[in-house]
Design a protein around this ligand. Structure first.
Ligand SMILES: [Ca+2]
Length: 476
């Protein structure tokens, strides 16, 4: 019997990026930036390629020098602004050149209140709502029937950091601040990364188990790539991604990487450095789960690096706080496909799956920007906050991915990391349940540009993945 190898990506081995255009890409013209943005300047170029060749190119035109090594043959150089066009047009074919650009966390909806709503008084703290999210995607059934909890799997949270909340602190085994290139104790002055980590892997310790992440016994790595105000640069995000890949190689661990961040995607993924770094991570056996963005319901709003073909890109479901899916909708804010400027038909199709992302309770980082926001609802003890966004939908999928990966490794411990990436993705997509109703935002039936394959079903995905892992073991 011939068993098909899982498809790691939708696009296949199209890893050769196109040579960047000689002109300045649209949208990267000089912008007013301040150092507080976490963005270090418009004269910084990101290079991918052989260091000697890059140095030769820079010195030939006396254009500047390499100032940062981002890992995996990615570098940053400070370049004389007058020489920028020359460097773009003169780079050898095997050296890729990109502008360093600004990136930001995908802001929770609660923090995007229109100015007039500032008159509204802060919501009164209410008793903690039990999240229905784990039930909706059948994660609780995976815990109960299979005893899978994410144990032995790493979830790397590439975000604003992680506060050592009771629900998380015992399992944060590694913390790296990519914005200063240092290992430091876990911290999060923003609160976004803490909330995200809790949705992926929180134990529920501070809530008697009420507010749990999907993979509540997974190991957690925190990678801070965004400043406390939520902004950062492509270069720091690439450094963070490469750090996760290096750590995965060094430890041999199975790693799911969550990115609830993004920037406007105005170029094909083949010309986008962060999307390319994600592609490399997936090829190296790391499972990338990425938020679609909160720019919906307008079509063509999926953010980068969510446009990367090998990313599992996540849309936000509004469960209406009920377990039944009959009343569910894709959240209005959830970014919709098709991917703009996709280089081919296949990579137009994003997002990939959907998961609950409206009013999600998860750990609060005390003193953080989110904690201090007057628009955010807290639990009475202030241990948890409720937030909405594709940022909140994504880590639930990352947690479910960890459960699926754990199941696959139980059946087939010798499976290659690349096959594992492919099986996790395939299992989540093939078993997802699409909403079969009208999207109230455009009065058309929901399609795959709204919800991808549909709402994930962790239980069905685990069963599917175990079968596939068994098949692969038999042919090995
Ligand atoms: Ca519902």
């Amino acid at each position: 019997m011939k068993v098909e190898k899982p498809n790691v990506g939708k696009v296949g081995p199209t890893m050769t990026p196109k040579t960047p255009k000689a002109s300045t890409p649209k949208g990267t013209e000089t912008k007013a930036v301040t150092p507080q943005d976490g963005f270090k300047g418009t004269n910084r170029l990101i290079f991918k390629g052989n260091k000697k060749k890059i140095e030769k190119l820079l010195s030939k035109y006396n254009a500047g020098k390499i100032v940062e090594n981002l890992g995996n043959d990615w570098f940053v150089a400070d370049v004389n602004p007058e020489k920028l066009p020359l460097i773009f047009s003169s780079a050898p074919k095997d050296v890729k050149v990109f502008h360093d650009e600004k990136v930001e966390l995908i802001k929770p909806i609660e923090l995007q209140r229109p100015p007039e709503s500032k008159k509204v008084s802060k919501p009164e703290p209410k008793p903690i709502m039990v999240n229905v999210a784990n039930q909706v995607i059948n994660v609780d059934k995976v815990w109960k029937d299979f005893g899978l909890t994410g144990k032995g799997i790493v979830i790397a949270v590439v975000d604003t950091g992680i506060y050592p909340h009771e629900d998380l602190k015992d399992r944060i085994t590694h913390f790296y601040d990519a914005t200063v290139d240092k290992e430091v104790p876990p911290k999060d002055g923003n609160g976004h990364g803490t909330h995200v980590a809790g949705i992926a892997a929180g134990s529920g310790e501070a809530s008697d188990g009420k507010i749990k992440g999907a993979a509540y016994d997974a190991e957690i790595w925190g990678v801070k790539v965004l400043k406390d105000n939520g902004y950062g640069s492509f270069s720091d995000v690439i450094r963070g991604i490469n750090h996760v890949v290096e750590m995965a190689k060094k430890t041999g661990k199975t790693v799911v990487m969550n990115l609830s961040l993004g920037g406007r995607a105005y170029r094909p993924w083949t010309d986008d450095p962060v999307a390319l770094a994600i592609q490399e991570a997936a090829k190296a056996g790391v499972i990338p789960v990425i938020a679609a963005g909160n720019e919906g319901p307008r079509p063509g709003t999926v953010a980068t690096p969510g446009i990367a073909p090998d990313a599992i890109t996540v849309a936000a479901l509004d469960t209406k706080k009920t377990v039944t899916m009959k009343d569910d909708d894709i959240a209005k804010f959830s970014s919709r496909g098709p991917v703009t400027n996709a280089p081919d038909e296949e990579s137009k199709h994003k997002p990939d799956v959907a998961a609950p992302g409206v009013k999600i309770w998860a750990p609060n980082a005390p003193g953080s920007e989110i904690d201090q926001s007057p628009w955010v609802e807290h639990s009475p003890d202030r241990k948890y906050v409720a937030l909405s966004g594709t940022s909140m939908a994504t880590p639930r999928v990352a947690g479910a991915s960890a459960l699926v990966a754990q199941a696959v490794l139980q059946v087939n411990p010798d499976i290659s990391k690349q096959d594992l990436v492919g099986i996790v993705r395939e299992a989540l997509e093939k078993t997802a349940k699409p909403l079969e109703k009208e999207d109230p935002t455009d009065h058309k039936p929901y399609n795959d540009y709204d919800q991808g394959s549909g709402v994930i079903d962790a239980y069905a995905a685990v069963k599917y993945a175990m079968e596939r892992a068994k098949e692969l073991k038999e042919v090995a």
